[in-house]
Write a protein that binds this ligand. Structure first.
Ligand SMILES: Nc1ncnc2c1ncn2[C@@H]1O[C@H](COP(=O)(O)OP(=O)(O)OP(=O)(O)O)[C@@H](O)[C@H]1O
Ligand SMILES: [Mg+2]
Length: 367
């Protein structure tokens, strides 16, 4: 097997790198890999083999093919390397960006041809911070545009809503006659909620400060289920409320918290509908007390999420859906933070997802 000087066992031992240049390359803050004209890896620095999650000695004399079939290299890393190979060596690009399985962004620079004497040099630089700044700038641009659009959208949507509201009021006595006055009440309350949402989120893109009202957690969850049940049943799924051990009270802006729960139930419904097998979609709501807080859980047995989706979940405009706006969870996160709470999430691909909302309990009303 071809064994280069730089990858020989002698140079694996720290401190024995025999030239200043090698030492510099060894400690540089980016991954470096050098392949010779025969495609054999002749140098790999600490950052690069750390990135591949491999031991350096297992790389001695590896060719590209050996690397792609390396027994200790994870499948996901193999796929990443294959993409890098295809984009650079095969397609001739000198720069390639990708996101790894931990949601970190990397820039790969490839140097070959010209004065490289047939060698291929790859450098890997983490650019997650730069990407974050870029995304924020992009979001700010989007927000500015959203701000301009919002006034006209709000105007356009409010007109039909006002008309619907008027007609429902006209129908109210008939519904009363049928013993269904509750329907009219729900429709009116929902139209008012829609009006508020349009005003709050499209015109300013940030929720207003909460209007506190005390509500029992179980009453809140029952109302939310009532509002979403028909949509859930229509899709052949189930929604269940796990009984609470004792009733808990929170002081919250009821409309805003309802909106958070509805956003989560909609996401759950979309996730269970997207599952490829024909398992029955099931959404569960529950709550329990933890010290001075209530934990409200919305869980589903939907398609779940990968780590990359999980790491961007609460970013404005982040969506994996063709018709999604990517605003649901970012707005929900802000609402919960405005209430002094937080949202956490756990998920498994093809098994499901659980969102846990923690909110402070109202002192005095809880045992
Ligand atoms: N229960 C869930 N199961 C699987 N993935 C989810 C779940 N909830 C959220 N997600 C993922 O998080 C992304 C962001 O969700 P978010 O609600 O913010 O936006 P969206 O649903 O895509 O669009 P919309 O603004 O219409 O709600 C979704 O596109 C989806 O990939
Ligand atoms: Mg959503």
């Amino acid at each position: 097997m071809h064994e280069s000087r730089l990858l020989s066992p002698r140079s694996f031992q720290a401190g024995l790198l025999d030239s200043t240049y090698e030492n510099v390359l060894e400690h540089i803050d980016c991954g470096v890999m050098l392949f010779d004209e025969e495609g054999v890896l002749t140098f790999v620095n600490a950052r690069a083999y750390g990135m591949l999650e491999l031991q350096r000695y297992t790389l001695a004399g590896c060719t590209v093919v050996d690397l792609l079939t390396h027994l200790s290299l994870s499948r996901i890393k193999k796929r990443q390397l294959l993409h890098i190979y295809r984009e650079t060596v095969y397609k001739g690009k000198t720069m390639y960006e990708f996101m790894d399985e931990y949601g970190r962004y990397w820039e790969v620079n490839a140097s070959f041809g010209g004065d490289m004497n047939g060698s291929y040099l790859f450098t890997f630089k983490e650019i997650s911070d730069y990407k974050k700044i870029e995304q924020t700038a992009y979001q700010n641009d989007n927000l500015a545009m959203l701000g301009k659009l919002s006034a006209s959208i709000a105007h356009e949507i409010r007109n039909p809503l006002t008309a619907i509201r008027g007609f429902i009021q006209l129908l109210r006595p008939h519904l009363q006659g049928l013993g269904k006055e509750e329907y009219a009440k729900i429709i009116l309350a929902e139209i008012d909620r829609a009006n508020d949402i349009i005003h709050e989120f499209l015109s300013s893109s940030k929720p207003s400060s909460p209007q506190a009202g005390i509500i029992s957690v179980s009453a809140l969850m029952k109302e939310v289920i009532l509002l979403t049940e028909s949509e859930v049943l229509m899709k052949g799924c189930q929604i269940v409320l796990n009984a609470l051990a004792s009733d808990l009270y929170i002081s919250v802006d009821v409309k805003q918290i309802k909106q958070v729960l509805i956003n989560m139930i909609r996401n759950a419904l979309e996730a269970v509908s997207d599952r490829l097998d024909d398992i029955t979609g099931r959404i569960e709501l529950g709550a329990y007390r933890e010290g001075g807080e209530v934990r409200i859980i919305v869980s589903d047995n939907g398609k779940g999420m990968d780590v990359c989706t999980m790491s961007h979940l609460f970013n404005q405009f982040f969506t994996t859906k063709e018709n999604g706006t990517g605003l649901g969870l970012s707005v929900s996160d802000r609402i919960i933070k405005n209430h002094g709470g937080r949202i956490s999430v756990s998920s498994r691909i093809n098994e499901g997802t659980s969102f846990v909302i923690s909110l402070p309990l109202t002192p005095g009303l809880t045992a």
